[in-house]
Ligand binder design. Structure first.
Ligand SMILES: [Fe+2]
Length: 154
């Protein structure tokens, strides 16, 4: 296996751009972190889709599948935007692991409410009290809403 040299781009990958190289590098670096996070979030959401349990299993299972599909759909757009700008993008799972800012969840069991809380609020951010009417959780269970976005507070 060859060692990739991130600062050496093959002339065959050269993409015409009006942007200065410094801008290409900066934008590409930011988009590649977003891309790594999209893959990390995709796997995390699939993990929860595969391991969700409890009385809302069917709704959560389907919702997490839909959400993972939507997240995965962003990856090609992000990667090809980097290439369009003249940058290079991710090449491996190992590179994703080094660049992701979203934390993996390798716990053997995660309660469904914690899954939703983890996917709803960024790592390190203080999650609001789900019982509070001012919390972000309200957006997930609007009055009259039924189905996969309904979170029981019982
Ligand atoms: Fe599935």
């Amino acid at each position: 296996m060859s060692k990739a040299k991130p600062d050496k781009v093959s002339p065959d990958l050269d993409t015409p751009t009006d942007l200065p190289q410094a801008a290409v590098d900066k934008i590409s670096a930011s988009l590649n972190v977003l891309l790594a996070d999209a893959f990390a979030l995709y796997v995390k959401t699939k993990n929860f889709h595969w391991h969700v349990s409890g009385r809302h299993f069917r709704d959560y299972h389907l919702m997490l599948d839909e959400q993972s599909d939507a997240i995965f759909a962003t990856t090609d757009q992000l990667a090809e935007r980097v290439r369009k700008l003249g940058g290079t993008t991710l090449r491996s799972i190992g590179q994703i692991g080094k660049m992701q800012t979203i934390q993996d969840n390798n716990e053997s069991y995660v309660p469904p409410r914690e899954m939703l809380r983890e996917l709803t609020f960024r790592d390190g951010a203080s999650a609001p009290d789900p019982e509070s009417r001012d919390s972000g959780f309200d957006a997930l269970h609007r009055p009259g809403m039924t189905g996969p976005f309904t979170i029981s507070t019982a």
